[in-house]
Design a protein around this ligand. Structure first.
Ligand SMILES: NC(=O)c1ccc[n+]([C@@H]2O[C@H](COP(=O)([O-])OP(=O)(O)OC[C@H]3O[C@@H](n4cnc5c(N)ncnc54)[C@H](OP(=O)(O)O)[C@@H]3O)[C@@H](O)[C@H]2O)c1
Length: 310
């Protein structure tokens, strides 16, 4: 039987574009985004705004997907804090209307965040109670609830990733790498901890959960808990560049709009149990990230087939 069509929202963002390439190799994939496609392999993109009910209706009729991977979101933490109603509308409201518009049998994969946790201890599991402390985290958690209430045929992936995007928006990994290369003075927090995963490593793993029976919340992140400072220093080491511009700092001294949770590291035991695949270590992920610098999107996925069939 033919595999169901996958609709990817936020298809031209960091995660969405990598999913478009990896999944588009052997199945029907349609992407939707406000922005144009930028990958080197051609893909079917429908440009429009998911906040328009008319656009959503047309999308459902034209594509009739069997699976939706919902990556589109208002992702800038400080922008969400400044406009929490907008964050709520983008992250929870759009999710609700998207599910309503799609066929009732459609499987919903919702991309959520480690930012749903309050961050006062390490290695959060899927069953730990989420208590977000930012407007971004609250709106994403509300999106999770919308999905869980609307359909049992769903998956919520909580994660935190880095990678090379189109360049339209600077990602954390891109900013860090460029700053190191140019010896720009930067401050990295040594009191904020996370478990970052390279976006290609994430996509390879997420693909394994796409088909039922996998259901509910699953964490996919890196194996190691690092401070932002340790992450930057490790990147410098793996890239072979001096970290002479890096200053150790604390989040307390930073003038951020939203006060960040201090430890959103994720435990990924459920993913490893379900698939038998380990989540990657930091040095390995950063090695792939550096190797992919300047590579076209399509060249980053040589291992996808072996992982899917493995
Ligand atoms: N990056 C991370 O480390 C991270 C960590 C945890 C969770 N996540 C989650 O992972 C998902 C993907 O993140 P990402 O970093 O790949 O995001 P991204 O690069 O910002 O991509 C999201 C894309 O969706 C578009 N979009 C947003 N709202 C839309 C709408 N209403 N209609 C059409 N297009 C819309 C965005 O356009 P605009 O740029 O114009 O809004 C952007 O092109 C998000 O749900 C995010 O919350 C990300």
């Amino acid at each position: 039987m033919a595999e169901p069509t996958v609709l990817i929202t936020g298809a031209c963002g960091l995660l969405g574009a990598h999913l478009m390439i990896a999944l588009g190799r052997d199945r029907e994939v349609v992407g939707v985004d406000r922005h144009p496609w930028w990958g080197d392999e051609s893909r079917h993109i429908i440009q429009g705004d998911l906040e328009s009910p008319e656009f959503l209706r047309r999308l459902a009729t034209d594509v009739h997907p069997g699976i939706v991977i919902h990556c589109a979101a208002m992702t800038t933490v400080d922008a969400c804090e400044l406009d929490p109603e907008r964050a709520e509308a983008s992250n929870a409201g759009v999710t609700r209307e998207l599910i309503r518009a799609m066929p009732p049998t459609c499987r919903m994969v919702y991309i959520s965040t480690d930012g749903v946790f309050q961050g006062d201890r390490p290695f959060w599991g899927e069953d730990d109670p989420p208590i977000p402390c930012t407007a971004y985290g609250r709106s994403k958690l509300h999106g999770e609830h919308v999905v869980a209430q609307a359909t049992t045929n769903h998956l919520v992936i909580r994660t935190n990733f880095y990678g090379w995007s189109s360049g339209r928006k600077r990602t954390m990994g891109q900013w860090l790498y460029r700053s190191l290369k140019t010896h720009e003075p930067i401050t990295l927090f040594d009191d904020v901890f996370f478990t970052p995963i390279y976006v290609v490593d994430l996509v390879e793993r997420l693909i394994r959960l796409l088909a039922p029976p996998h259901q509910g919340i699953v964490h996919i992140a890196g194996a190691e808990r690092l401070s932002k400072y340790a992450f930057g220093m490790l990147l410098a080491d793996v890239a072979g560049v001096p970290a002479d511009g890096v200053r150790r700092g604390t989040v307390e001294d930073a003038a951020l709009v939203a006060s960040r949770p201090k430890d959103t590291s994720l435990a990924c035991k459920r993913f490893e149990r379900l698939t038998g695949i380990p989540v990657p270590g930091s040095r390995m992920g950063l090695g792939r990230f550096i190797a992919d610098c300047g590579r076209p999107l399509s060249a980053r996925f040589e291992q996808v087939e072996s992982l899917r069939n493995g």
